[in-house]
Write a protein that binds this ligand. Structure first.
Ligand code: NAP
Length: 261
């Protein structure tokens, strides 16, 4: 009864859809995000529908120490995290010398540092139990540089590299690490990153998947212990193409897609 799946960024988009999938399979949940009202709403919805335990933690994971505070709260209550989903993340847009440094340092703290800290803190117990699952949400942005979303793409490259290496280290431990790399997905992400005027979003040159579909594919991949999950055939073809194309070419293509002029 004290076993839980912890999901960061569970209030909207992919994280919310993942929470619904865990709940439908009977997992108790620890939901972490900043929006307390939305966390309470979701908690009520999932408890009523699935008769599970839900613990909500209002936390800004872009603040140093916040990951440790989450860990300590959970430990104090003797809750055991058997699945860790590092999903919370955001991006921004613009030329590097014009974008706000504080926003980007917060992004690095959220997308990278908190993800690493939460993994570091919760993994030892999983290893001791010889059981546990970690899902790290990267992006197809992880596979090449991203002009005009420079820092965001770089954070996702970190997550992909870190998470794939971790999966390899975990071989034989009973614990798995899955990296989910969604392509463009319809969520709050686009308006929060202020990318609604970019070619990628305006022209819909690449089809946007729904967050329900991305979460379902990610959830199945996690449950099956897959190391890397890239939802959607077109996204998988794109990532394969990137591996063989010259780096200068892929960077130029992303520059075109991310441009809002
Ligand atoms: N949408 C896409 O096209 C796309 C593509 C590839 C990868 N991804 C990745 O997928 C993940 C989920 O994004 P999404 O598309 O579902 O975006 P979203 O709809 O904007 O949801 C982001 C979630 O992260 C939470 N969050 C944001 N800042 C936070 C903070 N400082 N502390 C704690 N929680 C925070 C938000 O909750 P609060 O606002 O309540 O804190 C929200 O629940 C992200 O890592 C994103 O980079 C998205």
């Amino acid at each position: 009864m004290n076993k839980y799946a912890l999901i960061t960024g569970a209030t909207f988009g992919i994280g919310y859809e993942l929470a619904k999938l865990f709940a439908a399979d009977g997992h108790n949940l620890i939901l972490v995000a900043r929006n307390k009202n939305r966390l309470s709403e979701i908690s009520k919805e999932l408890i009523d529908k699935h008769n599970i335990y839900v613990r909500i933690i209002e936390k800004d994971l872009s603040l140093p120490n916040s990951a440790k505070e989450v860990f300590e709260e959970i430990n104090q209550e003797n809750l055991e995290v058997e699945c860790l989903v590092n999903n919370a993340g955001f991006g921004n847009h613009g030329k590097f010398w014009e974008t706000d440094l504080k926003t980007e340092l917060d992004m690095i703290q959220l997308n990278i540092t908190s993800l690493v800290q939460l993994t570091k803190l919760f993994l030892p117990k999983m290893i001791a139990n010889r059981s546990g699952k970690i899902l790290n949400v990267a992006s197809t942005a992880a596979f090449q540089p991203g002009p005009f979303m420079n820092i965001y793409y770089a954070t996702k490259a970190f997550v992909l590299s870190f998470s794939e290496a971790l999966a390899s280290e975990l071989k034989g431990t009973g614990v798995s690490a899955t990296t989910l790399c969604p392509g463009p997905t319809k969520t709050e992400f686009q308006s929060r990153a202020e990318i609604n005027n970019t070619r990628l979003v305006k022209t819909r040159i690449m089809s946007f998947m729904s967050s329900e579909k991305v979460a379902k594919i990610g959830y199945n991949g996690l449950m099956n212990g897959k190391r890397l999950v890239i939802p959607g055939l077109l996204n998988r073809i794109g990532v394969t193409g990137v591996k063989f194309a010259p780096r200068i070419l892929t960077t130029s293509v992303i520059r075109l897609l991310n441009n809002d002029k």
